[in-house]
Design a protein around this ligand. Structure first.
Ligand code: ZN
Length: 198
């Protein structure tokens, strides 16, 4: 097992521990049984520098996953779905995610999908949507979620935020950055999020 595989194995192991002991996550999407490691070339993004230079508070339960993500940052295939034209230069420079498992993840799976996502402080992720159902689980810091249907919710470490299929939602960070584990399941789980048309 090379350094990259070892690092990602540590992230998978720490994420599995959290999913396995959090009933709402297990019920939403248990860790897939068809995982297959794929050696992917690392892709860095500007946000990786922010992430490794310091993350907000975690909890005893989430710290192992935070530590594993920081150690894995140089090996992960980081992505930014959006362009600076869509969401602004600052947003693109201080946000990023990688697909831990899923159809195009570091581990392939056709059962469900897991992402690790980071947003710096004082960012606004505009209303967007995706066909897959989603749950966010905060592993460090906090963020404010807005679906338009309910009052804005502040989610901090170990809190969860659910979105149903095609539900438009936005996310805002204030004084704290946020690091999340996001799970996707159901129809269209292999497709990407896109900005809502309104
Ligand atoms: Zn979403």
């Amino acid at each position: 097992m090379n350094a990259s595989h070892t690092a990602l194995e540590n992230v998978l192991c720490a994420a599995t521990t959290i999913i396995d002991r959090t009933p709402a996550l297990t019920e939403f999407a248990a860790v897939p049984t068809d995982l297959d490691f794929v050696q992917r070339a690392p892709v860095s993004k500007p946000a990786v520098d922010c992430l490794v230079s310091g993350l907000p508070a975690a909890s005893p339960a989430t710290q192992p996953l935070v530590d594993a993500v920081v150690s894995t940052a140089p090996y992960a295939e980081w992505r930014t779905t959006y362009t600076a034209e869509q969401v602004g230069v600052d947003f693109v420079n201080r946000y990023g995610y990688f697909e831990l498992y899923g159809p195009s993840g570091h581990y392939t799976s056709q059962q469900s999908r897991a992402f690790i996502g980071y947003w710096g402080d004082h960012l606004h992720y505009p209303r967007h949507q995706h066909e897959a159902e989603e749950v966010y689980y905060i592993i460090a810091g906090e963020a404010y979620f807005d679906t338009g249907n309910e009052p804005t919710r502040c989610c901090s470490v170990e809190d969860m935020q659910f979105h149903y299929a095609n539900q438009s939602h936005s996310m805002t960070t204030k004084n704290s950055a946020v690091l999340c584990l996001a799970l996707w399941r159901g129809a269209g789980f292999e497709t990407s999020a896109h900005l809502s048309p309104y």
